[in-house]
Write a protein of this length. Structure first.
Length: 473
């Protein structure tokens, strides 16, 4: 309990400070019990990009309705409205280096203007009130106060403008091409620009003195880099592991993937929901608690830098839905009563199923494997006058064991009073669930059996403990 309190206290300080804490270390056992503890809808948006601001805080760009209503949504920071006003279409935005403000192109009849919105109170500032850009391009905020943005010219060149607080913007470089990507350089006020063309060209620009030099193109940017040796085959929708010259298939029908910080694992997005795949392929598990919205297909996916949340965006033809899932682990403990004379011992495996094979004498020989619901390991065996009472925990790798044992993944009605739940919330955010404990009645059609026994056991109770990832027991 002391460790839980300490972990929660440290994380709460990170939440209230709005900083991204280090990702908790996730063990193989944690991956085998990984679930989505809480999954909330953030808003109706056909998401193009996701940017993390802090714990439970993110910015998404996209469309409320494509192609007419561009949208930039900021969630969890306490703004009166999560929607920034009048984004230009297509929406282009960036976070400042300190993640305290959003820079975006605001649309207008006579051209787009570059704005800064302070996330603490929503105050908006035009970075150059006199500038109108007819075809705005990407934005990047450097480590200092300077902001750089691209504006595409009528002569098919790109003007890179420097925006400095209190000053008119200035063109620091004019480059050939219309499709340019801007990324921060390795030093403050340095910028790397890569422009498309017959031959892609890259430039390093000093935003202070305007020096511009052509350089070798940097490697392509991947916002959610996968673990070494893991690739997403977008064309074949397969997650693969590179073993020498072989491409070993880890999962199929994968539309998006992101690395889970703190673990050698990947979160995958499939039409039937979210999955976790261990890098070596030892664990492939559906994450119960995050069902796909009806009628929508997989879109964007992003794991939070602190490794405890995952943003998953689903898409339709004109609009979509952005959701935020909170990752956790689930421990399932089952109490069973075996008949007198049972051979069950601590450490034995117990199979829970609906039906069992019996011999000519009516003795159980094995489960009907197609009706298997759970695999348990006995922890404690007590001899009572009614038989042996066994406490066992779930060791199966397949998700959804609570639903298979009790008929529902959710806590039963009234469990708020009989169980335990800890939620923590900070200003501007919906309270997050950190710990949840409840007991549920097992389905009456289920029974347990261990190898060597000749009779099945009755299930008595199912006890569930769910903890936010990083909260130790």
């Amino acid at each position: 309990m002391r460790q839980i309190c300490r972990t929660i206290a440290l994380a709460f300080m990170a939440l209230t400070a709005g900083v991204l804490a280090a990702a908790p270390e996730v063990s193989q056992e944690d991956l085998a019990r990984l679930i989505v503890m809480q999954d909330r809808q953030l808003g109706p948006i056909l998401t193009q990009q996701i940017h993390w601001i802090g714990p439970g805080q993110l910015m998404a760009t996209g469309w409320e309705h494509w192609p007419d209503d561009a949208a930039i949504m900021v969630y969890g920071v306490g703004l009166p409205s999560p929607w920034l006003p009048q984004p230009h279409a297509p929406p282009l935005a960036a976070l400042t280096a300190d993640r305290h403000s959003v820079i975006y192109w605001r649309g207008g009849e006579d051209g787009a203007q570059l704005c800064r919105v302070r996330l603490s109170d929503g105050q908006m500032l035009l970075l150059d009130p006199d500038l109108r850009c007819q075809v705005p391009g990407p934005i990047v905020a450097t480590a200092g106060e300077v902001v750089a943005a691209a504006c595409i010219q009528r002569d098919a060149t790109v003007a890179i403008r420097r925006f400095t607080p209190g000053q008119a913007s200035e063109v620091v470089a004019t480059l050939p091409g219309v499709g340019c990507d801007l990324i921060p350089g390795d030093e403050p006020n340095r910028l790397i620009v890569t422009c498309e063309g017959e031959r892609p060209r890259s430039y390093r620009i000093d935003l202070v003195d305007g020096l511009c030099a052509e350089i070798e193109p940097p490697p392509p940017r991947t916002p959610d880099t996968l673990p070494a040796g893991i690739e997403l085959d977008a064309a074949g929708r397969r997650l693969v592991r590179l073993v020498g010259e072989e491409r070993v298939i880890l999962a199929e029908d994968v539309h998006a993937a992101c690395a889970l910080p703190g673990a050698p694992a990947v979160i995958c997005m499939r039409p039937d929901g979210l999955w976790v795949v261990e890098s070596a392929g030892a664990i492939t598990r559906r994450l119960w608690g995050a069902d796909p919205p009806a009628g929508l297909q997989p879109g964007r996916l992003s794991c939070s830098p602190d490794g405890v949340e995952v943003a998953h965006a689903w898409q339709g033809t004109e609009t979509g839905e952005l959701r935020l899932g909170q990752l956790g682990t689930e421990q399932v403990v089952v109490r069973l009563r075996f008949p007198e004379g049972s051979v069950v011992e601590p450490g034995d495996e117990i199979w829970v199923a609906e039906r069992f094979q019996v011999d000519d004498n009516g003795l159980v020989t094995e489960p009907v494997w197609g009706t298997l619901k759970a695999l348990l390991r006995a922890d404690e065996v007590l001899t009572a006058d009614t038989g042996k009472v066994v406490t066992a925990h779930s060791i199966g790798l397949e998700g959804g064991v609570v639903e298979r044992l009790t008929g529902s993944n959710a806590p039963p009605p009234g469990s708020e009073e009989s169980g335990a739940r800890l939620t923590i919330g900070v200003s501007g955010q919906e309270p997050a669930r950190w710990v949840e404990q409840f007991s549920a009645e097992p389905l009456a059609t289920l029974a347990g059996w261990t190898d060597g026994d000749t009779a099945a056991a009755r299930l008595l109770t199912v006890d569930v403990t769910r903890r936010r990832l990083g909260v130790d027991g």
